[in-house]
Design a protein around this ligand. Structure first.
Ligand code: BGC
Length: 758
């Protein structure tokens, strides 16, 4: 390869980055300076602590306890509170609690408290909040409009609770289906992740991150970073990720969100390459705060400073752990049950183990957030939020669900005629809990009886469209037990019910779970459910598998027995209605898998594997072939219509790092139904000094086409996006050929000079 190296000035690139981050240019710097000069050490230390709400509540009544408030805020000056203590509190209740907290905070140190909540797929901790499909579903729509709608509605409804700060969007690339949080994020691809997260950040925070409006909230992009690929597949266990991979796949989406103005960031609870991320000066201070010139605030995840000493053994006690985290770059400590951490911080500063400068920097970042949120002027806001859970919001959630459910197989049995006699069976057939997943009213998504009946289960929604529908579960989840426990196994009841119907909908998958409790030992679908499907298939009745699960459970044993497969993942409260409309053909499928669906538990791949991972038989005595065999690839997803791509062109044919590559094509709906198509453009670097990825998503868009309609599509890719990151911390765009492709079209273009940049 002819190396004609052009090193783009680091200064020029740094300027580009600063231009759009929140870096150092807030209008509140003089106020912050004055505040800091008037605050005592105790008041500053308290600002850096975040406590769980139940520390302030009377355990009997669940109401605020004045003595506890006095202890936490009066004595320790704690500056932030998180969480809810009941499933889905009302906006009025939260408003009352937060008013009292604000009164106490202003009295204790003249600084308002900032309250934060996990609003993961809508305002899912608000009684009556609008639940959107989980992020993995929104990713499957391949249309950022749904990420925007979800974030806009979530922000509005969250503000109705007097809460100005959320711990979302979740940005953990879902590259390992064993990990129990895959569904919380936008799938396995860094570019899809970048577009969806950035859209969510902008919609949540509004147009001006220096003045967050009263219908917007500050975000906490999380969990920074590499959290989703632990070597063991178990939550909160170590990951081993080379620096080039970190920068290229994991840091890239966070960088985009920081550049879009994300005001806070939450840290990965686990470790990378042997260093807990909470103690990594390199990742917290150098990569984010310094490289991106970012003036936002870093909050720990749950009790993670404690983990540094009592789980990871990189510190001997809490004080040493605090010093390690704060000196690495942590600004706020989520230590849910220990307000006394504020006293430890004071001691560390007095002992010189945390400098006054670091203390003031951390507190300035917290004050800046509070100013940007308008909390000094309006510690609470007196206004109405009449649109909470209005029909318009519900329609948005339903539309997102419709576009997120993925048709993976169809021998022609779908759509179904309204007279069809249907058996809905399987443990997911009559449950709202399993449709929503975790972070739904409660952490684990376990259903509060209060909510049962408010939304349709699959059985109820299907019966609305197909009156001749019956439900016989065959297998049930044990709602009192662990999420994976099953009970009331009566496969023969389901089999005999199948005798009287035309089609079987086997609703299988997982019950809801969240975080570490969702760990599992075998990615294969449960044995009871496999046996249920096998027995149903033996009846000879047409069989449709409906997969309702947070991660792709292996179904290779039963997939061949089915006539159709729909992966609805976690579409939440309107997901069953969406499914019924799709099965009926009133809506058309347009979702595409945002992850690779594995065929075997020991063969876990992502679509952007290294070229050497898939090669044919070798000559000679030994065969070192490499086989890529998946159930369904990333981007899989059928429709009731068909699309044809033509007139594919890519310009310029010769390019360098400063060019923008333009891809244009015509898409035609060649079938008989209206449909939506996501056009996904990939690039492949054909020869490079590091093993190239087989392909990478570089751009996508979604269009609607009537039968027979043709539309031109044009997408742009900044040539720099084709670069790969290297261990030198820089991006390399190397001279040579690149193939640009979309569906069955492709074209090779040539990069005429190598560029290396930051
Ligand atoms: C989770 C975070 C969450 C935090 C606060 C942790 O256990 O990892 O995602 O924001 O709890 O609820």
């Amino acid at each position: 390869m002819n190396k004609n190296i052009l090193v783009i000035s680091a200064v020029a690139v740094a300027f580009m980055l600063v231009g759009c981050t929140s870096g150092g240019h807030s209008p509140y710097e003089s106020e912050i300076k004055v505040k800091l000069s008037r605050m005592s050490l105790e008041q500053k230390a308290g600002q850096m602590v975040q406590i769980n709400i139940d520390v302030l509540l009377d355990p009997q009544t669940g109401e605020l306890d004045a003595d506890k408030l006095d202890y936490v805020i009066g004595q320790y000056k704690v500056g932030s509170i998180l969480n809810v203590n009941v499933s889905g509190p009302t906006a009025e209740w939260m408003g009352g609690v937060i008013s009292a907290i604000q009164e106490k905070s202003l009295e204790a140190c003249g600084v308002p408290c900032v309250y934060g909540l996990d609003m993961i797929h809508g305002a899912t901790y608000l009684d009556g909040g609008t639940f959107f499909p989980q992020e993995v579903n929104i990713a499957a729509t391949f249309d950022p409009v749904h990420a925007r709608n979800m974030a806009t509605v979530m922000a509005y409804e969250t503000r109705s609770m007097q809460v100005p700060w959320v711990f979302s969007p979740v940005m953990d690339l879902g590259r390992d289906p064993r990990w129990p949080r895959q569904w919380e994020s936008w799938g396995e691809d860094p570019w899809l992740q970048t577009v969806m997260s950035e859209t969510a950040v902008r919609a949540s925070q509004g147009d001006d991150f220096n003045r967050i409006g009263q219908e917007n909230v500050a975000v906490s992009v999380k969990h920074y970073m590499g959290y989703g690929v632990p070597a063991s597949g178990k939550d909160r266990t170590p990951a081993y990720i080379p620096d080039y991979e970190l920068r290229e796949r994991y840091f890239r989406p966070f960088r985009a969100c920081i550049e879009a103005g994300a005001l806070t960031l939450m840290v990965n609870s686990a470790s990378i390459n042997g260093i807990p991320v909470h103690a990594s000066h390199k990742l917290l201070t150098e990569w984010v705060k310094e490289e991106l010139d970012w003036d936002g605030m870093i909050v720990t995840d749950w009790a993670d400073i404690d983990n540094l000493w009592n789980a990871y053994f990189v510190a001997s006690d809490r004080k040493e752990a605090l010093a390690a985290g704060i000196n690495a770059g942590v600004d706020m400590i989520m230590d849910p049950y220990h307000p006394e951490v504020a006293r430890d911080i004071c001691e560390l500063v007095r002992e010189g183990r945390i400098s006054r400068e670091r203390l003031d920097d951390a507190v300035a970042r917290i004050l800046r957030l509070k100013y940007r949120l308008g909390l000094f002027d309006n510690p609470i806001w007196k206004r109405d939020y009449p649109k909470v859970n209005c029909p318009e919001f519900e329609q948005m959630a339903l539309a997102a669900a419709v576009e997120s459910e993925v048709l993976l197989k169809n021998d022609g049995i779908l759509p179904l005629n309204p007279d069809t006699r249907i058996l809905v069976t399987g443990p997911n057939g009559n449950s709202v809990r399993s449709l929503s997943g975790g972070w739904s009213n409660t952490w684990q998504g376990t259903c509060d009886p209060h909510y049962v009946g408010r939304f349709n289960t699959i059985f109820e929604a299907v019966r609305n469209e197909f009156p001749r529908t019956v439900f016989v579960p065959g297998v049930c989840y044990d709602e009192e037990g662990q999420w994976w426990e099953e009970k009331d196994i009566d496969i023969s009841a389901a089999v005999s019910a199948a005798g009287n119907v035309d089609v079987i909908l086997a609703c299988i998958g997982e019950n809801s779970y969240c975080e570490t409790p969702g760990n599992l030992n075998d990615l294969t679908l449960s044995r009871n459910q496999i046996e249920l499907v096998e027995a149903l298939a033996s009846t000879g009745k047409p069989l449709v598998l409906i997969l309702n699960e947070g991660r792709p459970r292996v179904i290779s044993q039963i997939e061949p027995l089915s006539n159709a497969v729909v992966d609805i993942m976690l579409p939440s409260n309107y997901g069953a209605d969406a499914l019924a409309l799709l099965l009926r053909g009133k809506e058309n499928f347009s979702g595409k898998l945002p992850f690779t669906y594995p065929k075997y538990p020991n063969s876990l791949h992502t679509y952007d594997y290294k070229v050497c991972e898939n090669r044919s038989t070798m000559d000679g005595a030994y065969n070192y072939d490499a086989v890529m065999d998946v159930q369904w690839p990333f981007g899989a997803g059928l429709s009731y219509t068909t699309f044809k791509y033509s007139d594919f062109s890519v310009t310029p044919e010769e390019f360098d790092a400063d060019d923008t590559i333009e891809v244009s094509l015509t898409v035609e709906n060649t079938g008989e139904r209206e449909g939506r198509e996501s056009v996904i453009v990939y690039s492949s670097d054909l020869l490079a000094t590091m093993i190239p990825d087989v392909r990478r998503v570089r751009a996508f868009t979604k269009i609607n086409l009537k039968p027979g309609e043709k539309r031109p599509v044009r997408l742009e890719i900044p040539a720099r996006e084709l670069a790969f990151a290297s261990d030198d911390g820089r991006w390399h765009l190397e001279e040579g050929d690149f193939r640009i492709s979309a569906l069955d079209c492709n074209k090779t273009i040539h990069c005429s000079s190598t560029s290396i940049f930051r």
